[in-house]
Ligand binder design. Structure first.
Ligand code: PBG
Ligand code: ZN
Length: 331
């Protein structure tokens, strides 16, 4: 059909028609909110590069969890800021650590909320790397296989505290299988793993590292996180994680990697999560504060684009704002 027989504008005439022919729908069910749990009590420390977000202590997370549940957001993912850090990230598997305590507290007040935990060492190591480091002739690298043992322990403390799902984000080889084995051996075979499968070494993580106080003190993460140039490698990473027992595979960041989300959606029949990361959030907030963009519209368009690319769920700092817009319409 050609013009003038076919006129695409006919179906764009009214709000109702546009709703009826919309191919992609963003729902509150798609949203997962990241939370930063701090050691201590009565801590509400603003994260300056992420307006609207705070490091919260467990006592204050309780109120937050009630609000999140009331907004209809189905899940949260927890990151911890521990009291102490050391070379081995020992505090990661403290059964009384901030994440472990927050899981218990949230499950008490909002039992239906899906509590996911980020499993990684970088928030707990003094050097800020996502694993144990070894120094061989002056060259510092992360020791893959030693790190696996620590990740197993960390994931177990999360499961024991009542986590509904664990999400390894370290990008060590074999960690999904290692965590699956550890969980199964302790009777947690029903706890799903959301694998940060295609996680790129990205400058978009900048504000998060302020939030989680996890900037590597030397070097960078390029020997374990993926190179931005690669697509086929993402397919291999996803294949490995699924073979090792991942239930959900994640692409991270989201916006600069929408092509990766789409390719994984086309190649695998598995649920896909996309992480709309801190830098993606901060850019929109900053431009909004300057009055350069309509932040709310850009937020909704951004989240819809991630969904359209093929994500089944989105981890996003916009979760509460988006849930309000979805419930009450735009301002
Ligand atoms: C920890 C982790 C990071 C993020 C999630 N888990 C940071 C990193 O790898 O440096 C980034 C999240 C964000 O930027 O919002 N490995
Ligand atoms: Zn890490």
């Amino acid at each position: 059909m050609n013009f003038p027989d076919y006129r695409p504008r006919r179906l764009r005439k009214t709000e109702t028609l546009r709703r009826m022919v919309a191919e992609t729908v963003l729902s509150v069910d798609d949203l997962i909110l990241p939370l930063f749990v701090a050691y201590g009590t009565n801590v509400k420390k603003p994260i300056s590069s992420m307006p609207g977000h705070f490091q919260l202590s467990v006592d204050l997370i309780i109120e937050e969890a009630r609000e999140i549940e009331a907004l209809g957001i189905p899940g949260v993912i927890l990151f911890g800021i521990p009291e102490t850090k050391d070379e081995l990230g020992s505090s990661a598997n403290d059964p009384k650590g901030p994440v472990q305590e927050a899981i218990r507290a949230i499950k008490k007040v909002a039992p239906k909320l899906c509590v996911i935990t980020d499993v990684c060492m970088c928030e707990y190591t003094s050097h800020g790397h996502c694993g144990i480091i070894k120094n061989e002739a002056g060259i510092v690298t992360v020791d893959n296989d030693k790190t696996l043992e620590l990740l197993q322990k960390e994931a177990l403390t999360h499961a024991e505290a009542g986590a509904d799902m664990v999400a390894p984000s370290d990008m060590m080889d074999g960690r999904v299988g290692a965590i699956r084995t550890a969980l199964d051996s302790k009777g947690f075979s029903d706890i799903p793993i959301m694998a940060y499968a295609a996680k790129y070494a990205s400058a978009y993580y900048g504000p998060f590292r302020e939030a989680a106080e996890s900037t590597p003190s030397s070097g960078d993460r390029r020997s374990y996180q993926m190179d931005a140039a690669n697509t086929d490698e993402a397919i291999r990473e996803v294949s490995l994680d699924i073979a090792e027992g991942a239930d959900i595979v994640m692409v991270k960041p989201a916006l600069p990697y929408l092509d990766i989300i789409r390719r994984i959606k086309d190649d695998f029949d598995y649920p896909i999560a996309a992480y709309n990361v801190s830098g993606e959030y901060s850019m929109i907030k900053a431009a909004e504060e300057k009055g350069w963009i309509d932040g709310e519209r850009v937020m909704m368009e951004t989240l819809l684009s991630i969904k359209r690319a093929g994500a089944d769920m989105i981890l996003t700092y916009f979760a509460k704002d988006a849930a309000r817009v979805l419930a009450h319409g735009r301002k």
